[in-house]
Design a protein around this ligand. Structure first.
Ligand code: G3H
Ligand code: ZN
Length: 281
């Protein structure tokens, strides 16, 4: 069932649990996320990043249509979200392509420029009924850069600045830097739970954790109890999928039909989705 990100995040926040957002690159990702959500009997958010759109030749339409069709056909409540959007053109395409929400990423700009650009994105989004997430305090490791150390001094969001940012932009949810980093293949991140609690108390909108692939189960549970709501997971799904492809091709070097390795890879990815959803309560 296709639902909206806003309703999933609001319900999770009201009930004190988390909602997971998984990155979709290919059709198989969307199918695996739907299968994992059905296994776990939980809702989930399918998110397509600007990077993934770039992979599809800059065209959002085909992967958006695939993800929307998978969501509609599923028995699990699934929402469509555009992730890490920098380009205004992509932001403006969200509504027409079936997305109910966008993460507008102005984290590369100075604070004042970030507030200005994000406030404008929120004004545009709200006119279309789009829920808008933004980020304050850059989460390390994007764009293929090396992930910052879990306690890198720069990768933290200040609670007072976060409160002012939310008031100045009108965003519906805020991604914060609390110790996670993008693209980690080992689950070794240590989160600043005290900071998460202070951010939850200072910020009137739900908090979002990026780079959750590198966060161990216990840390994730503690982050949820401290007040995190939307949990973004990408790399862990790719690790499960690619690990299965690699093992299958090593064991079966003569195989040419992609379905032979895509079936176990998609199943492994669905298993990882169900595991994360099981943690969120
Ligand atoms: O926005 C997407 C997430 O932050 C995913 O990060 O690939 O490190 O899990 P990850
Ligand atoms: Zn992210």
């Amino acid at each position: 069932t296709l639902v909206t990100t806003g309703e999933l995040v609001s319900a999770a926040a009201a009930e004190g649990r988390g909602v997971a957002a998984f990155n979709v690159i290919t059709l198989e990702h969307a199918e695996a996320i739907a299968a994992g959500a059905e296994q776990a009997a939980a809702p989930a958010i399918l998110q397509v990043s600007e990077n993934a759109v770039r992979f599809h030749g800059g065209r959002l339409g085909p992967i958006a249509a695939a993800a929307a069709a998978v969501a509609r056909a599923s028995s699990a409540p699934l929402a469509l979200h555009l992730d890490h959007v920098v380009s205004p053109a992509l932001l403006h395409a969200a509504h027409d392509e079936g997305f109910s929400s966008v993460m507008f990423d102005a984290s590369k700009l100075s604070y004042d420029e970030n507030v200005k650009a994000t406030a404008e994105a929120v004004r545009w989004g709200h006119r279309q009924g789009i829920w808008v997430e933004a980020e304050l305090g850059e989460v390390g490791g994007k764009d293929g850069g090396a992930p910052l150390e879990a306690h890198a001094p720069g990768a933290r969001t200040d609670p007072a600045e976060a409160a002012a940012y939310v008031a100045g932009t009108g965003v519906d949810a805020l991604a914060v830097a609390v110790g996670s980093a993008h693209a980690m293949t080992e689950r070794t991140a240590a989160l600043d739970h005290e900071l998460i609690g202070r951010l939850r108390d200072a910020v009137p909108v739900p908090l979002v954790l990026h780079g959750s692939s590198g966060v161990p189960d216990g840390e994730l549970r503690a982050a949820l109890s401290a007040g995190m709501v939307k949990i973004n997971v990408g790399t862990a799904l790719n690790a499960a999928f690619t690990g299965e492809v690699r093992a299958f091709l090593d064991a079966n070097p003569g195989v040419v039909d992609p379905r032979k390795y895509l079936v176990p890879a998609r199943e492994a990815m669905a298993g990882t989705v169900a595991e994360f959803l099981g943690l969120l309560g």
